[in-house]
Each structure stands twice: as structure tokens, then as C-alpha cells.
Design a binder for this molecule. Structure first.
Ligand code: DAH
Length: 349
């Protein structure tokens, strides 16, 4: 039975090859070779005709048995290879969640923006709205309506950059106050509660406490029977929110053309608590803003009758608040874009 011997050699060889097969492509080749139309098994089958009638059935059965065995082996191998491949892939693509990632470079708000937003938040909480106005302003709103006529010496203290005779870079947010007064009057309203934050400009020498451009936040309240005590209560609340609950304020008489009476407002020193230190220059008080009752002339120029309505106004320097709050000794830090300075205000680091 030479053919039978041949068959078992072919089978043995095939089984070895299948078991040693390392990839799907080669496995396919083996399937074609042993189970396809041309191959060693087919070759042996051709010799069947040389066998006797009695031998043929056993030979045929043997061939079928081998084919089935090889087919099953190939399928098992295919499954094994697929599992191996999957396992390798999983190993390669494994996510190591213990690896530290890249920390994104998150920016942060500028300290002046932080203070501006804090002021806005606290006044919006009191029912105020927030208004803006143009930085290139008319002489009319910046000076005339603020009760500072063309020849008034008070203009000297607020010299500014003129675009032409009638237009200038606004010197204070009081200009927005004047626009708001006019707007509310035109709308027939007798109750105003508004703050106006923004940039202002002056011809000034730039030094540690002065800049030709800085920020202010104006406040304006108009209504019936608004009194100086309302102003004091409002500013006391603001001082406590901005500098701490134990702060108190005091009014000192002052003079502004657009208020009567006018006051300068000091807050008790948040560093020494009022005992006297270098920040408050030994006085226990720090000046933070100017304020007063809106001058009757200002009300009249906007169209209001000062016998019917009254109100208060104030103007606070945003840089001044930020410098006091954060202990910054040079105003130029706000404008030089030094990241070492700006990053100190990142609340997330
Ligand atoms: N406009 C003033 C300034 O720039 C600040 C100011 C003082 C504003 C009194 C006011 C106020 O509204 O009532 O120095």
C-alpha cells in the first residue's frame, strides 16, 4: 500500500505546516494546497484508479478523513492566529491612564479685568445696569455737561489728547455718566442706577502711580429723595466687598465741578486695619475715590428738574483698587504684558 503510506506522509507534513503557520496569508496558501484542486492529496487521488475495487472505499474514506482533519486544523489555527493578533494589538494600543498628560497652557484674566468684573458683579447685585460709552468723546459730554465750561481752569488738570477742537480721548468716565443722564431723560425715566467702567486718558507723566491711560468705573444713581447717606451706604458696601468685611469708610469734603457737595472717600487700611503702616502712610486711611451729589446744573443740562430728582455719583480708579487689593506698587505692571506678573492672577494654578 504505497499510496496509503504516501497519504500519511502528506498528512503528517500538512499537520506540521499548519501548526507552525504564523499568519493568515500562509494559512490560506496551505488550505489551497491541501484542500484545493491541485496539490499532493489530489495527486495521490489520481492513483486511486490503480487500486483494486476492494481497496478503493477504504482509500477514499481515508482521504476524506484527512481532508476533514486538515480543514478543522486550519480553522482552529485561523481562530488562534486571530486571537493572537487581537491580543498583540490590544497590548500595543493599551491606554496607560497613569501616564501624566500635557497640561494645556490656560490663560487667565488680566487683574484689571478681574477687578472690573468684581465691581460689575457687586453693583449688578444691587440692581445697577452696566453702560459703556465712546473713548473718543465729544467736548460736550466730557466737559461741558459735567459743568466744566470751555474757559474753566479745572480743564487744566485733565488735559488730554485732542482729535480736533471738539473731539478728544475722554479724561474720565464721568463723560459716560453725562450720556446716560441724557439717554434716561429722553426715555422719560426718573430712576437711574448705572455703572460705567472703561478706559480713560490724560496727558500725564508715566510713573509708578500715573499713566496716560488708565481705567475708571463711574457710578450714578438718580431718583426721588436720593441723599448723601445713600451714597455713603453704597460705598461702604462696596468697600467691604472689595477690601474685606471689617473695612469702614470716611468722607472728606472736596470739590468737583459736577457734584455739590463733593467728597473724597477713604477706606480704612486693609493692611494695618487702621493703626497706621507704610501702605496708608501712617494715617490708617487710604483714599479710593471721588464722589458727591450730582450738581443741579448737571441735572438741568441733561433735561432733569433738580427740584424733582436728585442723585449721587462716584468715580473709582480700577488700577487704584487693584493695586491696593493685590499689593502692587507700580501701575506700569498692568500694561507691560510681563507673563511673570500676569500669571500671578491665575486662579487655577
Ligand atoms: N471724574 C472724577 C475724576 O476723574 C472722579 C469723580 C469724582 C467722578 C466725583 C464722579 C464724582 O462721578 O461724582 O477725577
Amino acid at each position: 500500500m504505497k499510496t496509503m503510506e504516501n497519504l500519511s506522509t502528506i498528512r503528517k507534513e500538512a499537520v506540521e505546516k499548519i501548526k507552525a503557520c504564523k499568519d493568515n496569508g500562509a494559512l490560506n496558501q496551505l488550505r489551497i494546497l491541501y484542500l484545493g484542486k491541485k496539490g499532493p492529496i489530489q495527486e495521490v487521488m489520481k492513483t486511486m484508479k490503480d487500486l483494486s475495487k476492494e481497496e478503493r472505499p477504504a482509500f477514499g474514506a481515508k482521504i476524506n478523513e484527512i481532508k476533514q482533519e486538515l480543514s478543522a486544523l486550519i480553522e482552529d489555527r485561523r481562530t488562534l492566529l486571530a486571537e493572537k493578533e487581537m491580543a498583540e494589538q490590544m497590548e500595543q494600543e493599551k491606554l496607560d491612564i497613569t501616564l501624566s498628560g500635557f497640561v494645556p497652557n490656560v490663560g487667565n484674566l488680566h487683574p484689571l479685568t478681574i477687578v472690573q468684573q468684581e465691581l460689575e458683579d457687586l453693583f449688578v447685585g444691587l440692581g445697577y445696569s452696566v453702560a459703556e460709552g465712546p473713548e473718543v468723546e465729544c467736548d460736550l459730554y466730557n466737559f461741558e455737561r459735567a459743568n466744566i465750561p470751555k474757559d474753566h481752569p479745572a480743564r487744566d488738570m485733565q488735559d488730554t489728547f485732542f482729535i480736533n477742537v471738539e473731539e478728544l480721548l475722554r479724561t474720565h468716565t464721568t463723560a459716560v455718566q453725562m450720556r446716560q443722564l441724557e439717554k434716561y431723560h429722553e426715555e422719560g425715566k426718573e430712576l437711574i442706577k448705572v455703572i460705567c467702567p472703561g478706559k480713560v486718558y490724560r496727558r500725564d507723566d508715566d510713573d509708578a502711580t500715573h499713566s496716560h491711560q488708565f481705567m475708571q468705573c463711574e457710578g450714578l444713581v438718580i431718583g426721588k429723595d436720593i441723599q448723601l447717606s445713600d451714597l455713603k451706604g453704597t460705598l461702604d458696601f462696596m468697600a467691604k466687598k472689595m477690601f474685606g468685611e471689617s473695612r469702614v469708610i470716611r468722607f472728606r469734603p472736596s470739590y468737583f465741578q459736577f457734584t455739590e457737595p463733593s467728597v473724597e472717600v477713604d477706606v480704612s487700611c486693609h493692611i494695618c486695619g487702621g493703626k497706621g503702616c507704610s501702605v496708608c502712610k501712617g494715617t490708617g486711611w487710604i483714599e479710593i475715590l471721588g464722589a458727591g451729589m450730582v450738581h443741579p446744573n448737571v441735572l438741568e443740562m441733561a433735561g432733569y428738574d433738580p427740584n424733582v430728582v436728585s442723585g449721587f455719583a462716584f468715580g473709582v480708579g480700577i488700577e487704584r483698587v487693584a493695586m491696593l487689593k493685590y499689593g502692587i506698587d507700580d501701575i506700569r505692571n498692568f500694561y507691560t504684558n510681563d507673563l511673570r506678573f500676569l500669571k500671578m492672577f491665575n486662579r487655577f494654578e
